[in-house]
Unconditional design. Structure first.
Length: 120
């Protein structure tokens, strides 16, 4: 699934542009990979920067929303109030151990977009 233009649900206006070190899908959580570069986050990432605002191929510029209420895709069911962690491919999950990135504001099924108050 591609998401060429993604908008956060509530955006505080904080965004930054970085280079995609691998293909990035808009609406997915990204992590820092090297100096000024990002890729879609892996499971329980400690290097989360924010959520990609658009698709980008490797080597292209990608704008990243840094905070606010984001709407990433759930990997597995998530219950409102649960701590949210990154999952493979830049998705989010209620399963993690050490690096929560926010709190789920709603209950959703696997594969749905979920409102997450970012607080990493």
């Amino acid at each position: 699934m591609t998401m060429p233009n993604y908008l956060p649900k509530i955006d505080r206006g904080a965004a930054i542009t970085r280079t995609a070190s691998a293909d990035v899908t808009g609406g997915r959580v990204v992590e820092v990979t090297t100096s000024k570069a990002v890729a879609m986050a892996g499971a329980d990432s400690a290097k989360v920067l924010g959520v990609a605002l658009h698709d980008a191929k490797s080597g292209e510029a990608v704008t990243v929303s840094l905070d606010g209420v984001q709407r990433p895709v759930a990997s597995g069911a998530i219950t409102a109030g649960a701590k949210v962690y990154t999952a493979a491919g830049g998705a989010v999950s209620a399963t993690g151990t050490t690096n929560p990135i926010g709190i789920a504001l709603e209950t959703v099924a696997d594969g749905a977009q979920v409102d997450v108050q970012m607080n990493r």
